[in-house]
Design a protein around this ligand. Structure first.
Ligand code: AMP
Length: 293
């Protein structure tokens, strides 16, 4: 695996692969890699060679009071994991390479970036879209892979790619969970043992809504109340939001119809966790739903 530190070198390696007619895939990450990230890499390997994985803890997507400094970094272990999966190119630039002195340009997707995660973390999504556009422009992949774990982020990136006529196809992959249901996240490393036990409440809240939907409930406020009830019963959990939204617009809905998402953001001690569940109509029948946790 080649480890690339500069944008120029990354561009050159990617352009050479493209000139050889190869299909370049990109998996952007912030490192501290877990099975969630690796599932994206495996998916990318099915259709792309070379696969470029980027590891960059992007300062511009963290608020001033957030965990940028504490965010887990594990480059040596990450390299081994990627090497074992046959990744050919690892792009791991320093912050000064991505944002040299005098950097002034931001990309932001209006509307979609302002609700939910965007409201709780002002400026977060413009940091994400700015860095992802820089990565897409550096690598110019045919396909770029993102996790549904960050559903709003994936939707915003898809919007940016469409609005700016980017060539990359945006592929969104399912959520990888621990056996007890907790969605894998680099931030799970912050959880103390009792918080780790409490953290499954996010999955339990989504699962409770799933069961209500299976039993015929379609009223969104009632489903939200079910999720909030489960979350309230966990003393270590403080709910930031628990909402059902249209999967395209991320606007709140009153009924489950078409594609919707149940979205959660919950603080467990000092750690903020997010999770979600995709609710989609099954085939032609608009009133039977397939729920993906
Ligand atoms: P991050 O390193 O947290 O920025 O995540 C990098 C990519 O991995 C993003 O597209 C995430 O949505 C995705 N990802 C993170 N956790 C998971 C997970 N548990 N399952 C699937 N994808 C994930």
């Amino acid at each position: 695996m080649e480890i690339i530190r500069t944008i120029e070198w990354m561009k050159q390696a990617a352009r050479e692969a493209q000139a050889d007619g190869r299909i370049v895939g990109l998996v952007p990450t912030m490192g501290a890699l877990h099975e969630g990230h690796l599932s994206l890499v495996r998916e990318a390997r099915k259709r792309c060679a070379p696969v470029v994985v980027s590891i960059f803890v992007n300062p511009k997507q963290f608020g001033p009071q957030e965990d940028f400094t504490a965010y887990p970094r594990a480059l040596e272990a990450d390299k081994e994991k990627l090497e074992a999966l046959g990744v050919e190119l690892l792009f791991a630039p320093e912050a000064a390479e991505m944002y040299p002195q005098g950097f002034k340009t931001w990309v932001s997707v209006e509307g979609l970036s302002e609700r939910l995660e965007g409201q709780s973390r002002p400026g977060h999504f413009r940091g994400v879209t700015t860095v992802v556009l820089k990565l897409l422009e550096t690598v110019r992949p045919r396909l770029a892979y993102f996790g549904r774990k960050d559903a709003q982020q994936a939707r915003i990136i898809r919007q940016m790619a469409a609005d700016l006529n980017l060539d990359a196809e945006i592929v969104v992959c399912p959520i990888v969970r621990e056996t007890d249901g907790l969605a894998l996240s680099s931030r799970n490393a912050y959880l103390k043992p009792e918080e780790r036990r409490a953290a499954i409440v996010l999955y339990r809240a989504l699962d409770a809504a799933r069961r209500e939907i299976a039993a015929g409930e379609r009223n969104a406020p009632r489903l939200q109340a079910v999720m909030r009830g489960v979350l309230r019963a966990e003393p270590l959990a403080a709910t930031d939001y628990a909402e059902i939204v249209d999967a395209d617009t991320f606007e709140p809905v009153t009924r489950v119809q078409g594609s919707t998402l149940a979205l959660l953001a919950v603080r467990i001690g000092g750690t903020r966790l997010i999770d979600n569940m995709l609710i989609e109509p099954k085939g032609e029948d608009q009133d039977t739903f397939c729920v993906q946790l």
